[in-house]
Design a protein around this ligand. Structure first.
Ligand SMILES: [Zn+2]
Length: 272
């Protein structure tokens, strides 16, 4: 069994603020340690479930957060940027299951630290009329390779967002959202136990969980936080301006959609 883990930080128990999630934050190193230990709990669950290959993709910010030495030696770790598939770099049809650790809700929803890829750039991303956050867009990339997302950890609301798209997904809810920067957190040790146990259950049930897919063609609409960002993305070929803050494009391949979304965010991110 081959297992792919995409690891973010905002959904980790104890992480509630930009000072935890940003490189320059005073508490960032502490949050990186919490993240590393939650990811390792997922790795340990996968090892106990019989995985013979485990690839972890560090998927937050600089994508250089996880303390490598603290991971179980069976896990291989993708660190660094840029990556063509960003939070899903390394996924392929060789994998039997994908697991998302430390995930958060989409921009504008109630979940703790909600955002979609870049909180200073994106207001919303819609694909064929469905508003998707990181969970949904990353699950579609896994679905392209016929890989089911069997597990998600994070706050109670990201668990709801994930279940709405993948009804039989397994979860570890490690905190309850109070508001965008406040949560009621499970003790880190218990959070890790929950992640490990639910990883094992999820992997045992992987054949019952369908890969997440939406039928092509794909009409993608992206809404930005300022008009200059939409103007900058409008320079790309294939892109149409749909309003002062909105661009859209059409693709037939979900990987092309994902790469265009990610490139647009990088371009828009250069405009302040
Ligand atoms: Zn993140």
């Amino acid at each position: 069994m081959k297992v792919f883990i995409s690891a973010d930080i905002e959904g980790v128990s104890g992480v509630v603020h930009g000072e935890h999630t940003m490189r320059e934050g005073r508490e960032h190193d502490y949050a990186r340690m919490l993240m590393t230990k939650e990811v390792n709990a997922c790795v340990l669950g996968a090892v106990e479930a019989g995985a013979d290959r485990i690839v972890v993709n560090d998927s937050h910010g600089t994508m250089r957060n996880i303390y490598h030495e603290q991971l179980h030696k069976k896990a291989e770790l993708i660190l660094g940027t840029p990556k063509k598939l960003a939070m899903m770099e390394g996924i392929s049809s060789d994998f039997d299951a994908a697991l998302f650790v430390g995930y958060h809700t989409k921009m504008g929803s109630e979940g703790i630290l909600n955002h979609t890829f870049n909180g200073k750039v994106i207001r919303s991303i819609e694909l064929n009329g469905i508003e998707l956050g990181e969970f949904g867009l990353n699950a579609l990339v896994a679905g392209h390779f016929n890989v089911p997302v069997v597990f998600v950890s994070g706050c109670n609301l990201v668990a709801e967002e994930a279940t709405a798209l993948v009804p039989s997904i397994h979860q570890a809810i490690v905190k309850q959202t109070v508001n965008r920067t406040t949560a009621l957190n499970t003790h880190p040790v218990l959070a890790r136990e929950l992640i490990k146990e639910n990883t094992k259950t999820a992997l045992a049930a992987r054949s019952e969980i369908s890969p997440y897919r939406i039928k092509p063609p794909y009409i993608v609409k992206m809404t930005f936080l300022n008009t200059g960002q939409a103007d900058a993305v409008d320079i790309l070929p294939y892109v149409k301006k749909g309003g002062p803050l909105e661009i859209s494009f059409i693709c037939t391949d979900i990987l092309e959609c994902y790469q265009l979304i990610r490139s647009s965010i990088m371009i828009a991110g250069s405009i302040s």
